[in-house]
Design a protein around this ligand. Sequence first.
Ligand code: GLU
Length: 510
Amino acid sequence: MEKKVRVRFAPSPTGGLHLGGVRTVLYNYLFAKKNNGVFVLRIEDTDQSRYVAGAEEYIQECLRWCGLQPDESPIHGGEFAPYRQSERKPMYRNYAEQLVQQGNAYYAFDTPEELEAMRTNFKTESNPSPQYNHAVRQQMRNSLSLSKEEVEKLLADGVPHVIRIKMPQDETISFTDMIRGDVSFNSSQVDDKVLLKADGMPTYHLAVVVDDYAMKISHAFRGEEWLPSAPVHLLLWKYLGWQNDMPQWAHLPLIMKPDGHGKLSKRDGDRLGFPVFAMNWKDPRSEEEATGFRELGFLPEAFINMLAVLGWNDGTEQELFSLEELVEKFALEKVHKGGAKFDYEKAKWFNHEWIKRLPVSHYSEQVKSLLQAAGVEVESNEKLEQVMELVKDRCTLLTDFVQQAGFFFKTPANLDVASVQPKWNEDKAMFFQVLSEKLVTLEQWNAFNIETLFKETAVEKNIKVGELQLPFRIMLVGGKFGPTVFDIAALVGKEETINRIRQGLTFIAS
Ligand code: GLU
């Protein structure tokens, strides 16, 4: 029988969620949905020294914002709860002890000073940072180098110790990665990783294997940076006798810096002026703040779309995909092996396209909040949506609506008079005076009638329409931007249009 598809995103809650992390979530989600599977969120928080308050809630909020909700998680619950590794602590020790009994792992009693001494004493030119491995283990204080009696005494005395895997010497360890194909390692290149720490907590290496087994994970997607750990995990699956249940691995290509040199880091974002985290993140220890895609004004639909195609395409020229389309079209075989360069301009292009594509009602609440935060009161949702419809082509980020839509609701306080004053004259002032009087009597207030009246008046006064539109715009908008002036006047309303012409005349004259 085919194994039920169960995938997991297994973040360590240590800080903001990097866009590479969100892409891992996305690929997990798409694979699960496509195969009628289950998407699990498991929090890998066994390293207490790296624990950061709020980081788990942040991850859950990111998943909510992106619309990539897990089926099982610490908050959604599920058959395999708990989903926080720290709450599963008692489950791991037995497996580590089993490995010791089998001869695949050993107790190590070395103190931090002894480990430090090892690093200094074994340092050579060809081996500048010696590791705890087959070459040194016999000279350290562990259950392989000490006598049985000594070990028993140390254990009985409660001397702090860890359990390390005993990596075999010169063995080839191979597996088939769903993206990279056949991958092999020589076991001698891998150190004897700690599996269980002195505080009884497992390390990532033990916990990830035990939990992927316990939670019946069928496919495991993770970033390429975890590839060097794969041989340790493969051996653990084998030593624990679970080899036939091992998930299929897919190591996802890295998201690279824009110049293609190396993995994109938070620091690159700071340096080059774009976000790297999904949402704003404030590190509670350093108080350092990083801006997120969400707060900068990205739509989740665009963010997801942009991430999906960073390292994947469906083999056609199509670039815009909704989440539903992605579920339908996503195929691991089309995920690229090489890293994908991040391009912020392209990310913005996706957002612009999604702003145009989605019905404005889909994101009008967010725009309303942005306007309110900028001190603009929105009197009606209906008007807001009409305005948004009119200006959405001009917005790349949701935050652009503050400038593009704000003046429809608030009389501009500053007018760019400098751009009209040089060509200003009495005739033009007269034109606007007459126009405002005529507008008072205009019965049906719409763009067509306003434009007709505007043009008729221009003919009467013998002034070119082209010379009057800029001053009209400055009066209505405050600056040289926005859609057609007559559309603006129609939505701004009769009384307010007249009011702005009067205000404009005073400003320009002064
Ligand atoms: N806890 C690891 C991380 O923080 C998970 C790696 C994996 O998926 O195996 O990325």
